[in-house]
Design a protein around this ligand. Structure first.
Ligand code: NAD
Length: 390
């Protein structure tokens, strides 16, 4: 098969920049039906050791300290934005204006209005967009999507989503960009609630009405030195700075199809370590899934003679799983979901078609987020109004 080279620029070689770069490198070994070959062309990072890593460990052809140096070049097809949140809008708009396709880690913007402006710029430019809602691509989540679409669960009546993480539960965890409203935008409502609600949007449909509640439990943290990760820890005597966005967000909602939902997200809870999980209930059955045990799904079907939840184990009979490992109950992992996402996004770029999730789906989420933020100010239910610009 003739395959088109797709030359990729990665901006920000931290956790997710490295995850996407590894994904691009291994797509050829995992997806024989791909219509392109990814090329790690250039990496931008303002830290020298990350630029060294880009060349010496990842094999990027070139590196630059300033991401703006990528934008005027005409030999780059795709920009992958994995820098801190508040840089995303500027990077996405610059990529769109110079005709480059753009994959942006979530959130597209730290604040709803930034996501909305980035989506409009990319739509006007006609570039193919993607946003990093990687949990959509978990094989068992994809399988469940099919069960909901073909009516196996009946009409969906209830949804319970949560993303409980411990990444901010240690008061000595550093004051990284994530805890600062100027660098990150809002807290968990911008960060992990977007994943939880995106899964609900995909499985159940649009959310029309919301009531929200937010709280910051850890109000100051040790000031970091450059170069660490958001899992690093300070000392009790280190100088501290204020946390300026929320640790917790809770929401009640109604879906367009009449279902009701509740969501809870926290980065400072003790116990659940990366519990991106949901329960979905319909008139003929129910299901549950949790990232921490992502190779299993609970399934309850009313018509089964034996009552109770069955544990469905991941395996190559479900979408994508067999690209990584054959047979039943041989596990795949977090970064495999990023690779599936990257494979699908680059297929869309190569074909010139829409990818899901695109910036349009990111605007769907921030429209809900904006209504939730308003609800926390007024203490009242709010209708979700699309923020999409004409
Ligand atoms: N989809 C997911 O599951 C998931 C998981 C984690 C993070 N994320 C998202 O990925 C993005 C990056 O998060 P991360 O955890 O990889 O962060 P990180 O802090 O580990 O990495 C950020 C990188 O950007 C670089 N950087 C900072 N300023 C820069 C600049 N001006 N120009 C170029 N590079 C710059 C840093 O040096 C660092 O290498 C965030 O938007 C985050 O919300 C998504």
């Amino acid at each position: 098969m003739e395959r088109k080279p797709l030359r990729i620029a990665v901006v920000g070689l931290g956790w997710m920049g490295q995850a996407h770069s590894r994904s691009y490198a291994r797509i050829p070994q995992l997806f024989e039906d791909r219509t392109y070959d990814p090329v790690l062309a250039i990496c931008a990072d303002n830290m020298e050791d990350r630029r060294d890593m880009a060349v010496n460990s990842f094999g990027f052809e070139e590196v630059v300290a300033d991401w703006r140096d990528i934008m005027d070049r005409d030999d780059i097809d795709v920009v992958t934005c994995t820098a801190p949140n508040m840089l995303h809008e500027e990077i996405c708009v610059a990529a769109a204006e110079t005709g480059k396709h753009i994959f942006c880690e979530k959130p597209v913007g730290g604040k709803p209005e930034q996501t909305v402006r980035a989506e409009k710029a990319c739509r006007d430019a006609g570039v193919v967009t993607g946003v990093g809602y990687n949990y959509r691509f978990a094989p068992l989540v994809q399988y469940l999507k099919g069960l909901i679409e073909d009516g196996t669960l009946g009409n969906i009546t209830n949804y319970r989503g949560r993303f409980f993480s411990m990444y901010g539960s240690d008061p000595l965890g550093l004051l990284s960009w994530r805890f600062d409203i100027d660098q990150s935008g809002h807290g968990v409502s911008t960060d992990i609630l977007s994943h939880s609600m995106d899964l609900a949007h995909m499985l159940v449909g649009p959310i029309t009405k919301v009531m929200g509640h937010q709280k910051t439990f850890i109000t100051e943290r040790p000031i970091p030195q450059p170069g660490g990760t958001h899992y690093d820890r300070g000392n009790p005597d280190d100088p501290k700075g204020p946390v300026t966005n929320e640790d917790y967000f809770g929401a009640m909602c109604e879906f367009e199809n009449g279902a009701i939902g509740t969501f809870e997200t926290s980065r400072s809870i003790i116990g659940p370590e990366s519990q991106n999980a949901f329960d979905v209930y319909g008139t003929k059955g129910a299901a549950n899934w949790n990232l921490e045990t992502m190779n299993e799904m609970g399934l309850f079907l009313v018509d089964d003679k034996a009552r109770g939840y069955t544990t469905v184990r991941g395996g190559d009979r479900y979408p994508y799983h067999g690209n990584f490992v054959p047979g039943d109950a041989n596990s795949i992992a977090f970064e495999d979901l990023v690779t599936i996402e990257d494979y699908e996004y680059l297929q869309a770029v190569s074909a010139g078609t829409k990818h899901s999730a695109s910036f349009a789906e990111a605007v769907d989420y921030v429209s809900v987020q904006a209504a939730l933020l308003k609800s926390t100010e007024t203490g009242t239910w709010q209708d979700v109004v699309s923020l999409r610009l004409d």
